[in-house]
Design a protein around this ligand. Structure first.
Ligand SMILES: C[S@@+](CC[C@H](N)C(=O)[O-])C[C@H]1O[C@@H](n2cnc3c(N)ncnc32)[C@H](O)[C@@H]1O
Length: 268
């Protein structure tokens, strides 16, 4: 007789095959949390029974895929960390050259737009030198990011997220609950699809933000991600990770902390 563990593994293979979702990349506890949440919503207690439901119900397939996509984000997520990014951007733009920044993964664009808004808002950051590349694995998310339209909902209050700016109306057009990013912000950001696990390295970035993806990733894929980031940074380039994330031990010699608590490092 197969055990619950076997059935969980079977379900993961099914999801990989039928839903075209790479379960191997993510850690099992994260996958299990998301799957059991859907099982509770559909009143199902066993993985095998849930797999049979998926097999006959396309709507549930979509609901599961939606729940598996890690799309929580925000403008100026963890404001404390953004305050420490300010001096980094000031220092980087203090030279007479282009400053290249990579936001990976960028989700619906609120992270790269926050960098652009901070640069435009701070008189000591030379925004005309800044060029932001924002990438994500998910095409739909990138389409939302390019559109740059956000709505206040029960889970996210956009005006509150924009509070680190003195006057957010300089950077977004507001129509009641809907906020559209202005062209002067969009002009600093270009979006493209990129997979941080399987994709190529990039070159000559001065700063990479890689926040809130590593927490979900299976530990065997973390080192390759950091190798890609390291190879994409200039010597002395900066790296910022998520506030609850840590560098894998294997990579600690590659990056020295600049603001340790806010998870900002410099390539050594
Ligand atoms: C939680 S969001 C983080 C967004 C933003 N960096 C932040 O901190 O708010 C995670 C994003 O990672 C993307 N993602 C998942 N796997 C990826 C991969 N292998 N390569 C690039 N992006 C990936 C998802 O599509 C999602 O948009």
């Amino acid at each position: 007789m197969s055990t619950q563990d076997d059935r969980f593994d079977d379900l993961l293979s099914y999801i990989g095959r039928e839903l075209d979702f790479e379960t191997d990349f993510y850690n099992n506890s994260y996958l299990d949390r998301r799957i059991t949440a859907r099982m509770r919503r559909t009143d199902i207690e066993e993985y095998g029974a849930y797999q049979r439901l998926l097999d006959r119900d396309d709507e549930e397939k979509d609901a599961l895929l939606d729940s598996l996509s890690i799309n929580v984000t925000g403008f100026f997520r963890n404001p404390d960390a953004w305050e420490k990014l300010r001096p980094v951007l000031r220092e980087l733009t203090d030279n007479n050259r282009r400053v290249r920044i990579w936001s990976a993964p960028c989700a619906d664009g609120r992270e790269p737009y926050s960098i652009a808004m901070l640069a435009l808002d701070d008189d000591e950051i030379a925004d005309h030198r800044i060029e932001i590349t924002a990438t994500d694995i998910n095409h739909d998310t990138l389409a939302d990011a390019r559109a740059g339209v956000y709505e206040t909902s029960q889970t996210s209050d956009i005006a509150e997220e924009l509070e680190p700016l003195d006057d957010y109306q300089l950077y977004v057009d507001q129509d009641e609950n809907q906020f559209t990013v202005k062209d002067r912000v969009k002009d600093l950001v270009s979006f493209e699809q990129h997979d941080l696990i399987r994709g190529d390295e990039k070159t000559d970035f001065d700063l990479v933000l890689c926040r809130n993806l590593l927490i979900y990733i299976d530990s065997s894929f973390k080192v390759p991600i950091f190798e890609t980031i390291r190879g994409s940074l200039r010597t002395d380039g900066y790296l910022m990770i998520g506030m609850t994330e840590t560098l894998p031990t294997e990579c600690r010699d590659d990056f020295e902390p600049v603001y340790k608590q806010q998870r900002i490092y410099r390539r050594s």
